[in-house]
Design a protein around this ligand. Structure first.
Ligand SMILES: C[S@@+](CC[C@H](N)C(=O)[O-])C[C@H]1O[C@@H](n2cnc3c(N)ncnc32)[C@H](O)[C@@H]1O
Ligand SMILES: [Zn+2]
Length: 418
């Protein structure tokens, strides 16, 4: 733990407490003081936002920024335009080698004061600048050449979309943009209209809706970036808890933008037999009927069909995670290990429990399904998106036949069932 300065927290009108995360200590509103009922969600009740449940999100941000710095091999300037109590930006300054400066900002004056307090408490006043503006206004002030950031981390309430344009304008060529989206009801298809409105793509309530959510988010980013002649490459994406998150590198140039737009398309899904397929492009007519059972196909998109991950980035992220002492280290390494297996696997996954439920079959263990499919010559891997799901190039029909026979010959090996 780094040396912290003696603090006088009497200057805040709300009750506070000191907490520890990563290699920093900082002052936050005493969350318990803001809940009257057990079911209430304290972070949103407190005068300044701090959610301890997002520690893993911040840990991964520290690791991703360090990975990016090692690849970029230069000193970095980072920006957190919606910072709450400032913990994320303060962690960047303290825990990431090569961060020269971090700008942390929040529209709330209480938040900005608390962030300033926390910067001083950690002795980082020479590295972390605190501001108190609207995020878009702040970012616009850094949009000119040579003023731009190497890294912008947009971690808002709900959707990051209102901030993407100005974040892109404030990002240098080759810079890294991180986006958190917690508006899972729109992105997972519960509020489809809101998703179409905000992200420009239609969601779908499928067993793989979390992957669709990430693809809708990156698709929205790619289309907004294309308007500025900027291409995007997603290097790391995941879902956890109540959010999805992506890290993407922005590359200036019309050609780069065109390359990103070419990675847009749709995912077609059959709710009768679970068949799904992707269709590239934004303009070609979509297939209407399921090639496996003839039912009408439903569509999600336009969304990102390109990769969600860059292999080198993810491997380096894993190496950084192994070196660090983090409270969430085991969970982070598990997520990273699953993602490493997913990078080259087919798009979308099948939730085995949902499939078995629909077809009234007993649910076999995921490891048995993966083993059986692999031994039968199919690609089959687990996914971090869902602990009961498999990514495979076996069709929905083959999977159904296999699960049915597997149930019939229960006790025998999956391979024999196939
Ligand atoms: C989810 S919290 C940020 C959490 C923080 N990133 C972290 O890792 O702990 C979102 C923050 O955005 C701030 N905010 C909301 N609208 C804003 C705006 N237009 N400009 C700047 N900050 C804003 C809120 O005051 C809140 O502190
Ligand atoms: Zn079908």
């Amino acid at each position: 733990m780094a040396q912290t300065q003696k603090v006088d927290d009497l200057s805040f009108w709300f009750p506070t407490e000191v907490v520890e995360e990563g290699r920093v200590e900082f002052l936050v509103p005493k969350l318990k003081a803001f809940v009257k009922e057990a079911w209430e969600y304290a972070p949103s009740k407190a005068p300044v936002f701090y959610n301890p449940a997002m520690e893993l999100n911040r840990d991964l941000a520290v690791l991703a920024l360090q990975t990016y710095q090692r690849l970029a091999k230069r000193e970095l300037v980072a920006c957190e335009p919606l910072a709450g109590c400032g913990v994320r930006g303060i962690r960047f300054a303290r825990e990431v080698e090569g961060v020269r400066k971090a700008v942390v900002n929040d529209i709330s004056s209480d938040a900005a004061r608390l962030a300033e307090f926390n910067v001083n408490m950690n002795g980082l006043a020479d590295k972390v600048v605190v501001d108190n503006k609207d995020a878009n206004f702040l970012l616009s002030g850094y949009a000119a050449p040579r003023k731009r950031f190497d890294y912008v981390d947009v971690d808002p309430f709900g959707s990051p979309v209102p901030y993407i344009d100005s974040a892109l304008r404030a990002l240098r060529n080759g810079g890294l943009l991180a986006l958190t989206a917690t508006d899972m009801a729109p992105l997972c298809g519960v509020h489809a209209k809101a998703c179409l409105r905000k992200y420009g793509g239609k969601p779908m309530r499928t067993d793989y809706c979390h992957e669709l959510a990430v693809r809708l988010l990156i698709g929205c980013l790619a289309m907004l970036a294309a308007k500025h002649d900027i291409g995007v490459t997603a290097v790391f994406s995941y879902s956890d808890y109540n959010y999805v998150r992506t890290y993407a590198i922005a590359s200036y140039g019309a050609k780069q933008a065109d390359n990103s737009v070419q990675k847009m398309g749709s995912i077609l899904h059959c709710f009768s037999c679970f068949h799904r397929e992707d269709q590239s492009g934004l303009t070609s007519p979509l297939r209407r009927d399921c090639p496996e059972c003839g039912s009408r196909l439903q569509v999600a998109g336009p969304l990102w069909l390109g990769s969600l991950w860059d292999e080198e980035f993810c491997v380096m992220l894993g190496s950084e995670a192994r070196l660090k002492s983090l409270r969430n280290k085991i969970k982070i390494l598990k997520i990273l290990s699953l993602i490493t297996g997913e990078i080259h696997a087919p798009i979308t996954y099948y939730a085995i429990d949902k499939l078995c439920d629909k077809f009234n079959l007993p649910v076999p263990s995921l490891s048995k399904v993966i083993k059986g499919l692999t031994e039968a010559g199919f690609q089959a891997v687990a996914t971090h998106f869902n602990s009961k799901a498999v990514r495979t190039n076996a069709s929905a029909t083959i999977l159904k036949v296999a699960l049915t026979r597997f149930a019939e010959v229960s006790g025998s090996r999956m391979q024999e069932a196939i």
